[in-house]
Design a protein around this ligand. Structure first.
Ligand code: ADP
Length: 959
């Protein structure tokens, strides 16, 4: 009959105390410490001394379960407990009791079946019973496990000497058989002497939740012998010694670790100092005389001493050897810590280190360095001295090697990063030079032939080689493009770098990159421009690589890839920003054309086929402008439901939003009418109100999220569009107001002038027909009426002129203000002479404008300056000053001045500060000036104090 198979059973290995300790250690029930045997000689027999029922089962249950799991038979002798109680406890802890009983794996006995089968305890018979049970179990099961409740001893009043004798014999049985037992003693039940003897007779005890060696164990033959006290003293002293030794070894170990820690963790020492201390520590601890760190290259059979501790005739930093001639080769071959104690035995006595240098021992370890030269850490003794190396020494050496490896790798990484940083931050190098150098660094660092950057114009397209180093024939010409290359495909599709040290025999073998160009090892990482996949950055070789690409190497490449991506995005961002500026500042582009160009730019920049400007029209949304084609999108129509939901959200929250998979977004509810799966947009704000969105999209979901720079660019576009639409709205409003004004002017010129003409002509008629009959008063009244009508005509004309500033002005062209001023002075000749005005002027600039209107402005200002000069004859000065992008032209007078409270009023139509009796005028001159200056994109203002003169200034844009 075959044995019950079990995955945990170790076939052919006897059941030992170790397995019992395992059972306790791995169980949830047994919570306490478990002391391993650690070389202590014990027989397969536990005594458990317990005080509570719980304690008893905390060992028995895991012990049983472990045995059942391993396909062993369990024999359980119940006495204090009932069988039912034990079964119930077993069931509670998940043991399938019924199955175990049914299969015969679990057998219960009473003490009447076993210890007291002859009503009283007969040790030999019991031993025979266990011998039989063991033999029987071993036929069908992996082993026998016993749990026995020993409470019967007390009831039976068996003399303890007898039990001791039995114990000694049963120990012999257990030692040789595949059997393991726990005997359970209730501490309460037995007299202290009995417990003491139980303790003495069991080498391994389970007590108070712990499993431990028993220092008080005395082998039965000693316990019973005549010279018992002397032997016991021996044993006690020996135990003391053993303990002390163990403790010292532990302290020794701790000391080494402490020393190692003190050196490596110091923040004050440099790497070199730490290394020196470490080598010295190693020599002391391992009892070697000389230590070195060596650079090794197995492929070229090369070793170079790098650092040393101690003096040696042959070994100095910088000395080179053939690796195969040194003991270090053993560490390199093993790729681990190793030692040589007997070169002759290990057939190493033909090596020059042995023969020529007389080195008879070695201990060393191998330290692989990512992207750099591997090292060995070696210790050797003085000439002809032999050494022995313990397992512990090797462990310590391994520890030292690990620290050194960590430090050297870190050093290597830092050096690489520094090199890359210095290169990428060099302001004197262009992108291409930097890229080429980075590729070279990457390729050399990974010890490969070639490196390059590929470009994928469209997702379904073919890869093109954009830059490459070492990837070409002798003429320097690059091999053909990688086209469909699955290397590149995988690299661009995955977030992490993708690599294979040797593609032969893998599914990459069919790749044209391997077939046609022979690349056999390859590591690639994706490069993006913003969120758009751009291509791959790769390093590779036609030779297979002797090791896989390490984490650090992958990180190196990823870092270079990130830099390239960053640069590509930055360049594209700058370029797009320049185009954005060109479009928005182009004065010849109409709003619609501008918007179309902006949408096109956005599509290009984000690599999305569709651009939309969606605006609110009443309660509905309408596509105001569209770039790209889509069957469900058209200018002047409502967007599909899902897209409309998206736009609404942007408009309502007035926040940008991006969706890369509309189907998966919970606030987009209409999956049937999605329109665009990818959408990224910003609100359009006009007059402080969010009233539309500028968005870009694609009918398919997008692989990557949009980057921050892309969002920033979109924001900028949104602002430009908002400004453009705002400007359009403002211009419309202005146009409308101008139109209304002109309508009014039309009314004024026609409707008002008509009755006015009538008044004037009837007044003239009155004068010619009846002038003679008027008395003096009548003539005076008539003169007032004529004057009034005349003044009204002047005012109507002025108003008409005022209204036509915008609509009837001439187009702007360069105007010499000096010439304009000359003309004005000529026109005002009579007024100047009459008032004896003194007018000085400085050189005036040339600006862009309407010469007639500017002449009107200067004329009004000068005429006012003469008029409001007060009693003295006017003194007027005209000058110009450049302020930033503007020219400020000022007319200073020393006239009556203006109260600051009135300074705003004077620019209002018909508003005057004086009566006609005081000063003649219509009150429209300055209003006209203001309107003209505003048409020129400028400003007009006055600075004045009553009696101190006034300065009227106009700021006009410089050419
Ligand atoms: P008016 O035809 O009355 O001169 P304006 O619009 O040219 O109309 O000027 C409005 C008012 O501003 C004037 O009535 C006058 O009170 C005041 N004003 C204009 N220029 C000057 C000045 N150079 N000095 C003092 N007051 C001035």
């Amino acid at each position: 009959m075959s044995k019950h198979a079990s995955p945990n059973a170790v076939l052919g290995e006897p059941l030992t105390l170790e397995s019992g300790l395992d059972a306790l250690q791995s169980s949830p029930e047994f919570g306490g410490p478990v002391e391993s045997l650690d070389g202590h000689e014990c027989n397969d027999h536990f005594a458990q001394i317990y005080e509570t029922r719980e304690e008893k089962f905390s060992a028995a249950i895991p012990f049983v379960r472990h045995g059942l799991d391993r396909g062993e038979r369990i024999a359980y002798v119940v006495d204090q407990s009932t069988e039912a109680d034990v079964k119930a406890t077993m069931r509670d802890s998940g043991i399938d009791v019924d199955a175990a009983i049914a299969s015969g794996a679990l057998v219960f006995y009473t003490v009447q079946d076993t210890y007291l089968r002859n009503r009283t305890f007969v040790p030999d018979e019991m031993i025979q019973f266990y011998a039989d049970a063991t033999a029987e179990a071993n036929e069908e099961y992996e082993a026998l496990r016993l749990v026995a409740e020993m409470s019967w001893i007390e009831a039976d009043e068996t003399p303890y000497e007898q039990v001791i004798e039995y114990e000694s014999k049963i120990n012999d049985l257990f030692d040789n058989e595949n059997v393991l037992a726990i005997c359970q003693y209730d501490r309460e039940l037995f007299a202290p002497q009995v417990i003491r003897d139980i303790v003495r007779t069991h080498p391994h005890l389970i007590y108070d939740g712990a499993a431990c060696h028993n220092f008080y164990y005395t082998p039965p033959e000693e316990l019973l012998g005549a010279d018992q006290p002397a032997r016991e003293v021996d044993r006690m002293l020996e135990t003391l010694r053993e303990r002390t030794e163990a403790k010292t070894t532990l302290q020794h170990r701790e000391q080494f670790l402490q020393d190692l820690y003190d050196i490596t963790a110091s923040t004050d020492w440099s790497f070199e100092t730490k290394l020196e201390q470490l080598l010295t520590l190693g020599c002391e601890w391992f009892d070697f005389d000389f230590a070195s760190v060596n650079r090794v290259e197995p492929a070229s059979d090369w070793l170079e001493i790098e650092y040393v501790s101690g003096d040696h005739d042959e070994f100095e930093p910088g000395t080179e050897f053939s690796l195969s001639q040194m003991y270090s080769r053993a560490a390199v071959e093993m790729k681990a810590a190793t030692s040589v104690s007997n070169p002759a035995e290990e057939e190493l006595d033909d090596l020059p280190v042995f023969e020529d240098f007389g080195i008879h021992g070695y201990m060393g370890t191998y330290i692989p360095i990512d992207g750099g030269t591997d090292r060995t850490l070696s210790f050797i003794p003085d000439k002809s001295r032999s050494v022995s190396v313990t397992e512990e020494d090797r462990m310590y050496l391994e520890l030292m090697g690990r620290w050194l490896g960590y430090e050297l790798n870190r050093h290597q990484r830092e050096q690489f990063l520094r090199e890359c940083y210095e290169l990428t931050s060099d302001p004197n190098l262009g992108f291409e030079t930097k890229l080429e150098q980075l590729l070279t660094i990457g390729r050399d660092r990974l010890g490969l032939d070639a490196a390059g950057l590929t470009y994928l114009p469209s997702w379904d397209g073919e890869f093109l080689t954009e830059y490459a180093v070492g990837y070409g024939d002798e003429s320097g010409e690059t091999w053909t493009n990688p086209s469909e290359g699955c290397f590149c495909r995988r690299a661009i599709a995955e977030d992490e770098p993708v690599g294979m040290a040797d593609v032969r025999g893998t599914d990459w073998e069919d790749d044209p990159v391997h077939q046609e160009h022979g690349l056999t090892s390859y590591l690639g990482t994706k490069v993006t421009s913003g969120s758009t996949p751009y291509g791959t950055l790769w390093v590779g070789s036609t030779d297979p690589r002797d090791r896989e690409f390490s984490e650090t190497e992958r990180t190196f490449l990823e870092l270079i890839g990130q830099w390239v991506s960053y640069e590509l995005e930055r360049r594209e961002h700058n370029e797009s920003q320049r185009v954005l500026y060109d479009i928005t500042s182009d004065p010849d582009l109409e709003t619609a054309a501008k918007l179309d160009r902006l949408l096109e730019l956005g599509c290009d920049h984000l690599d999305l086929p569709i651009g939309l400007l969606v605006s609110e029209r009443g309660n509905a949304l309408e596509i105001q402008q569209l770039h790209g084609t889509h069957p469900d999108l058209a200018t002047g129509t409502t967007p599909p439901t899902a897209t409309a939901q998206y736009c609404r959200r942007v408009i309502e929250t007035s926040e940008p939003a991006s969706v890369t998979d509309a189907g998966a977004v919970e606030w987009i509810t209409d999956a049937d009418d999605v329109g665009l799966e990818t959408c990224v947009g910003v609100p359009v704000v006009v007059g402080g109100q969010s009233c539309g969105t500028l968005c870009f999209g694609d009918t398919s979901p997008r692989r990557t999220e949009f980057t921050e720079a892309e969002h920033a660019f979109l924001d900028l576009m949104g602002q430009c569009v908002s400004y453009e639409l705002g400007q359009q709205r403002r211009e419309r409003a202005l146009e409308e107001s101008n139109e209304r004004l002109e309508q009014f002017a039309y009314a004024a010129s026609h409707d008002l002038q008509e009755p006015l003409r009538m008044v004037t002509s009837y007044l003239q008629l009155l004068e010619t027909r009846y002038g003679d009959t008027f008395d003096e008063d009548g003539e005076e009244f008539l003169a007032f009426a004529v004057d009034g009508a005349e003044r009204m005509r002047t005012m109507i004309d002025a108003l008409l002129e005022y209204s036509r500033v915008e609509t009837r002005g001439d187009p702007f062209e360069p105007v010499e203000l000096d010439t304009v001023l000359d003309d004005v002075l000529e026109d005002l000749q009579i007024q100047i002479e009459e008032t004896n005005a003194e007018i000085t002027s400085h050189q005036l600039p040339r600006i862009e404008g309407d010469a007639d209107q500017l002449r009107q402005v200067l004329q009004n200002l000068l005429s006012n300056a003469i008029t409001y000069s007060g009693d003295e004859s006017p003194r007027i000065d005209i000058d110009a000053e450049r302020r930033g992008q503007e020219w400020v032209i000022s007319v200073h007078d020393d006239g009556i001045g203006i109260d600051p409270a009135d300074q705003d009023r004077i620019f209002t139509v018909f508003d005057r500060l004086h009566s006609r009796e005081e000063y003649d005028g219509t009150g429209i001159g300055l209003a006209l000036c203001q309107r003209i200056v505003e048409r020129h994109g400028g400003e007009i203002w006055v600075e004045s104090e009553p009696g101190e003169g006034s300065t009227f200034s106009l700021a006009l844009p410089a050419l």
